[in-house]
Ligand binder design. Structure first.
Ligand code: SF4
Length: 150
C-alpha cells in the first residue's frame, strides 16, 4: 500500500517535470514542407516556443510529443509506425496541417496511404494549409496538458 502511494507520488512528480520541459520530435512525412517551415518558425525568436521549456529532439526514445506533418506515403508508413512505437509512454501525437489530418491536396496521390490517424493514434489535430505558428504552438501546448493527464 505504501509502495503504491509512493509510485503515485513519483508519477505525479515525473508528470510535472515532463510538463515543464517537454521534448518534441518533429517529422515531415510527405507534404510540401510548408507545415514544417511553419513549425520551425515556432522555434524562431519571434515565437520562441522554447519559453515553455520545449526542446526539439531528433530521438524518439527521448521525446514526449510526436509532431507530424504531411500525408503518410507508402514508403514512410512503416517509419511513422516505428517512430511512434519507439517513443516511451506517456506520449502525445499532434497532426499538423491538412495533409496529416486528411491527406489534403494529396488526397488522390498514387502513393498516399492515408492521414496520420490511419497509421497511429492522433491526440491533437492542428488544421490549416499550412497552419500558422500560433496554431501549431496552441496544439503543442494542448499536447503538454494532455501529457500531464496521461
Ligand atoms: S497541409 Fe498544406 S502546407 Fe502543409 S504539407 Fe500539406 S500542402 Fe503543404
Amino acid at each position: 500500500m505504501i509502495k503504491t502511494a509512493l509510485f503515485r507520488i513519483k508519477d505525479k512528480i515525473l508528470n510535472i517535470a515532463r510538463k515543464k520541459s517537454p521534448w518534441v520530435l518533429h517529422y515531415e512525412c510527405g507534404g510540401c514542407n510548408g507545415c514544417s517551415i511553419e513549425t520551425f518558425a515556432c522555434l524562431s525568436p519571434r515565437y520562441d516556443v522554447e519559453r515553455f521549456g520545449m526542446q526539439e529532439k531528433g530521438n524518439p526514445r527521448h521525446s514526449d510529443v510526436f509532431a507530424i506533418a504531411g500525408t503518410v506515403t507508402a514508403k514512410n508508413k512503416d517509419v511513422v509506425d516505428l517512430i511512434y512505437h519507439q517513443m516511451s509512454k506517456p506520449k502525445v501525437v499532434v497532426a499538423i496541417g491538412a495533409c496529416a489530418i486528411s491527406k489534403g491536396i494529396f488526397h488522390d496521390a498514387y502513393n498516399s496511404v492515408g492521414p496520420v490517424d490511419k497509421i497511429i493514434p492522433v491526440d491533437i489535430y492542428v488544421p490549416g494549409c499550412p497552419p500558422k505558428p500560433e496554431a501549431i504552438m496552441d496544439g503543442i501546448i494542448k499536447a503538454i496538458e494532455l501529457l500531464e493527464t496521461n
